[in-house]
Ligand binder design. Structure first.
Ligand SMILES: Cc1ncc(COP(=O)(O)O)c(C=O)c1O
Length: 356
């Protein structure tokens, strides 16, 4: 057998359960259960046959996203989902032996990308109260890591950092590329982008997977200094984004009200869910994003299984540092959350543990 390179042979891949989820109430991967704007479906249905046979054309896509975030087009590049942008960042900037600094627990795809590059991984644990470990990260930046990833809000803890704090971190470390994964920015409204544009070591990541309801089509964006954006383009294939994603992305961006309405509905449903969990005395956490961490009274894997038996998926956080014992709950519409609460209350009778 031909061995892959040593880093790949030693790799623990990022595995997500992907099959058989669609008939169930999906509250496990922070997707939209509502789907995209009807304009997306119309745009895809009206494609002529030649659109299928020709390589995709990209004109207008980055310009549309640049207009959405209010920056010049040269600051924006599109990717086959933010996963592909993350991959490009490691391909372009992840040197063997260089340090990859981040927090833990965080989004699971960063670590295998760093491992593939043979990077030294330095993860700072969130404290028990799940606040961002700012002092520790500030200290570690003094030794000039190659890359710092800040997931803001952090998935899965929901920890939210002020964009000005991130910009200050980046200014203190001009030799570190600071990547700000803002996948849930539609739900927080807080982005480092206006501040990051003047900095040559910051890049932000946005996606149409979640609030815009396009997870299946895979479309994400990197927004940052034109030099960084150009280096990421260098390591990306010429046709990595397929034509459906381009057409859907433009149609979704032309209907921002669809996303706005969905975000407003999710935020109201989040408040309602937090209130209900507190009433039951159940600990929950999460200040940003369309998700919460929930600590059921018993074993979190048993709770996830019991919910699945009632047709509801949540993501167990068993064995994750700091948040072991919890599950991540995606916030959907109020109807989704009412269904969740009625199932959850049958498996989690009220108990005395204090909510926070
Ligand atoms: C924090 C974070 N970053 C990146 C991604 C990947 O996003 P995309 O669907 O655009 O590849 C996810 C998906 O769940 C995420 O939660």
């Amino acid at each position: 057998m031909i061995r892959a390179k040593a880093e790949v042979e030693a790799l623990t891949p990022y595995v997500a359960p992907l099959e058989g989820r669609r008939p169930l109430l999906r509250l496990d991967f922070n997707e939209s259960n509502v789907g995209p704007s009807p304009r997306v479906l119309e745009a895809i249905r009206s494609l002529p046959p030649e659109a299928y046979g020709a390589y995709p054309e990209y004109a207008g896509l980055c310009a549309a996203y640049a207009e959405t975030v209010g920056v010049p087009e040269r600051h924006v590049e599109a990717f086959n989902g933010v996963d592909a942008a993350i991959r490009a960042i490691f391909d372009a900037y992840g040197e063997k032996g260089g340090t990859f600094l981040t927090t833990a627990p965080t989004f699971g795809y960063y670590e295998p990308c760093a491992q593939q590059q043979g990077m030294v991984i330095d993860e700072v644990l969130y404290p028990e109260d799940l606040r961002f470990p700012l002092a520790a990260i500030t200290r570690k930046l003094e030794s000039r890591p190659r890359l710092l990833f800040v997931c803001n809000p952090n998935n899965p803890t929901g920890t939210l950092l002020e964009p000005s704090t991130i910009a200050a971190l980046a200014r203190s470390a001009p030799e570190t590329l600071v990547v700000v994964d803002e996948l849930y920015v539609a739900f927080t409204g807080r982005s480092v982008v206006p501040l990051a544009l003047e900095l040559s070591n910051v890049v932000a990541l946005h996606s149409l997977s979640k609030a815009a309801g396009l997870a299946a089509l895979r479309l994400g964006f990197a927004i940052g200094h034109p030099t960084i954006v150009e280096r990421l383009r260098r390591v990306t294939g010429p046709y990595d984004i397929n034509m459906f994603a381009v057409v859907a992305g433009k149609a979704a961006l032309a209907d921002p009200d669809h996303t706005r309405r969905y975000v407003a509905e999710v935020l109201a449903a989040r408040d309602w869910t937090v209130g209900e969990l507190r009433r039951l005395g159940v600990r929950c956490a999460g200040e940003g994003g369309n998700y919460l961490l929930v600590w059921p009274s018993g074993d979190c894997e048993a709770a996830a299984r019991a919910l699945r038996d009632q047709g509801i998926l949540v993501r167990s956080m068993a064995r994750k540092p700091v948040i072991d014992g919890s599950f991540r709950l995606t916030i959907g519409t109020l109807a989704d959350m009412r269904r969740f609460m009625s199932a959850f209350s049958t498996i989690a009778p009220p108990h005395s543990r204090s909510a926070r």
